[in-house]
Design a protein around this ligand. Sequence first.
Ligand code: DHB
Length: 399
Amino acid sequence: MHTRVAIVGGGPAGLLLSHLLHREGIESVVLESRSREELESEIRAGVLEQGTADLLQETGLGERMGRDGAVHHGINLQFGGRRERIDLRELTGKSVTLYGQHEVVKDLVARRLEDGGHLLFGAEAGSLHDLDSERPRVRFSRGGEEGELSCDFVVGADSFRGISRLSIPQRARAEYERKYPFGWFGILVEAPPATEELIYALHERGFSLVSTRSPEIQRMYFQCDPNDAADNWPDDRIWSELHARLTTDDGWSVTEGRIIQKNVVGMRSFVVEPMQYGRLFLAGDAAHIVPPTGAKGMNLAVADVRVLSEALREFYGAGRTESLARYSETCLRRVWRAERFSWWMTSMLHRFDGADAFGHRLQLAELDYVTSSRSAAASLAENYVGLPVEVSPAAGTPV
Ligand code: DHB
């Protein structure tokens, strides 16, 4: 089997890349280890930056998002008995769209299949070969049979635990990592929204977040032990924890409902440099992980493949290799800014074991500053709605 671009991993990064390449007339094959059902039911984050939502609209993927997604013009920060709103639209002219990642995945799969795309479910990539040649190969197994895909380029979009990153020789990559001593306990609830816009809350008992998926389904999270298990949290315990962290003086609290899903989300920051080796290009979680606070994960994956599809377009259209050569540099600039933002939001909003009262007072002062200074609020807001995507290398004077 031969294709131009072999894409390992059919999450948002791999599927969207395949879609964008198809629009440029560039053929690709996507190898996804999971079944279509497993892939489409994985519950992840749900905040699309303005640029992400616009890209989906502009490339013909926006129909269901336009109908079922909700555009939010602000978010709330709750701390020290107060709730303050950050007006995203007024501060940046932009907004975010609440639409679950697995819904984006469903739309992408449907569209790729409709367009006759080559999407192989249940195809487990085993090894990558000849990455430093012009004819790399991917070996995979599917339904008990071994297959091989030869191509011009391999894109590793196979998540943090995939084989792609590890196929870069150790001497050719550097990894940067920070782990956090807590996780997020996430629930999906059948209930009407208790708030029009998201609430990020800091409380002595820890962080919590009230988000939404639809008028009928709400998404909530609270800081937990990273090794906690869903079984440790019967519904009653979850509700009393959420009420304790979120109830305000005027009696507002979250609306209870049937809990239909529980999971624990790990928290880490991770970046591999560079994001390229020979003819292998990494995209999304295969190259970088952010802690969930601020919901940058999928948006970063989308930005990566936007840069990559543009570089591949230049390669196939005009034989130009400059943008491909600078792919890693272009992406990493945005990646590190998102790493900074996610780390900062995480640090400001979580309870750190062993932190003293001074540390907690500093967090409150920071939240007070961010919600009362227009400049500080604008800084949060422009990062939250998404910094502009540079599809070509950073401007500035080379040194
Ligand atoms: C959601 C997830 C996030 O990480 C976040 O910052 C906001 C919302 C969500 O799943 O809805």
